[in-house]
Design a binder for this molecule. Structure first.
Ligand code: NIG
Ligand code: FE
Length: 388
């Protein structure tokens, strides 16, 4: 079955060969969806005939958001911790332990229901691809359970056994790294595409992070990393050296870190929801973009540091506080996310791409930043299926 969506006031294709500027903008655009793919893109006046027609009535169109960083397999919440933070207490990696205890105690059905809830919440806000991680189990059984549940719901699944040192190993972090790179990895690798590590004070140092990523790579997993979130550190350099798809957070960067990212294929993924919810300094997107780095924006949705599934919210923050233009922020949340996941079939609206299309109750994508907090998403197709 083919569907023609017409009268899209302005369509972001992310394909400069299709329209104006880096966003490949087309005015009064139309898109033909055939099965799960985009079959045609152009001006409404030139559109071919199809089985079905949907009139966008002057709404803007964008590719579905590619949210390349979230932690959705969890139980419980951290309202008290958030409240304490907003009264002045600093964020630290240690809060993760609260969620680990709740997640271990939860039934599979409860974890699945939570995952479904937040994936649906994100979809309603225009997210058509969501990466998600383990990292709140920290035993072989709990981590592999998290990954199985995630893999039933998304292709982009990340093994984060190295989120923090499990409480049982507090006195022997080296033994925990042996577990993460040994039996836990064996149990988890079949369910994941990516391996990740939280390289940070209070979590894992550079040598430990390298051991975790290299062990995962030997098992066929692709590396990505939580790097330079709370402090300066070796994470970004390690990411570039290992050819990681993405270094995530990138809040505390030296000039050498920025240069390394700019000269590499590693995407700098910025997660402003975390800086918002931890009252931290903003990552400097402008500095990264001006240096030539590829930037992605993602939600980091998790119950501790960033309990938002809203990519539009992250776009608004990035424009207001991180020096991005609206065009750059929308591109980072779509094509940027796709690059951070090494995907070429998503993050753009072009012939052959997966038909992930979002219509906004607004005449242009700029309104995502111009009208912060307003639910502008009015229609979502994912893989050609109308979901919203
Ligand atoms: O990306 N940085 C490490 N992990 C998460 C926070 C997890 C938590 O606080 O529960 C993050 O911000
Ligand atoms: Fe994270």
């Amino acid at each position: 079955m083919t569907t023609l969506v017409t009268h899209i006031a302005s369509l972001v294709t992310n394909d400069p060969s299709l329209g104006d500027g880096p966003l490949g903008l087309i005015q009064d655009a139309a898109v033909v969806i055939d099965g799960d793919r985009v079959a045609w893109v152009g001006e409404t006046s030139k559109a071919p005939a199809t089985d079905n027609r949907v009139d966008a009535e002057g709404r803007a169109g964008i590719p579905g958001f590619v949210d390349s960083h979230s932690h959705l397999v969890f139980a419980g919440d951290r309202t008290a911790e958030f409240n304490a933070r907003m009264s002045g207490r600093p964020y630290s990696a240690g809060g993760i332990r609260t969620t680990v205890a709740a997640t271990r105690a939860a039934a599979d059905t409860d974890l699945a229901a939570t995952l479904d809830r937040y994936l649906a919440e994100a979809l309603r806000q225009g997210t058509t691809t969501m990466e998600t991680k383990s990292g709140y189990g920290l035993t072989a059984a709990d981590e592999s359970r998290a990954l199985r549940l995630a893999a039933d719901r998304t292709d982009e699944v990340t093994y984060l056994g190295a989120h923090i040192v499990a409480p049982e190993y507090a006195d022997d972090p080296a033994a925990y790294v042996d577990l993460v790179t040994g039996p836990m990895l064996d149990a988890c690798a079949p369910h994941a595409r990516w391996v990740d590590v939280f390289c940070e004070q209070g979590a894992f140092d550079g040598d430990q992070a390298r051991a975790v990523l290299e062990a995962g790579m030997k098992k066929g997993l692709l590396p990505r990393i939580h790097a330079n979130q709370l402090s300066y550190g070796p994470g970004v350099q390690l990411a570039v050296e290992l050819g990681a798809a993405s270094a995530d957070h990138c809040t505390h960067l030296t000039d050498e870190d920025v240069d390394a990212l700019a000269g590499s294929g590693t995407v700098a993924t910025l997660l402003p929801g975390a800086e918002f919810s931890t009252r931290a300094k903003w990552p400097d997107a402008r500095r990264l973009i001006d240096a030539g780095a590829t930037v992605a924006l993602a939600s980091d949705c998790n119950p501790g540091s960033s309990f938002t599934s809203s990519v539009p919210f992250c776009i608004a923050l990035a424009v207001r506080d991180m020096g991005m233009t609206p065009d750059e922020a929308v591109r980072a949340a779509t094509a940027g996310g796709a690059a951070a996941l090494r995907r070429t079939d998503i993050g753009r609206v072009a012939v052959g791409a997966r038909a992930d299309l979002v219509l906004l109750d607004a005449p242009s994508h700029v309104h995502l930043a111009y009208r912060p907090g307003v639910p502008l998403v009015s229609a979502v197709w994912r893989a050609g299926r109308r979901e919203v």
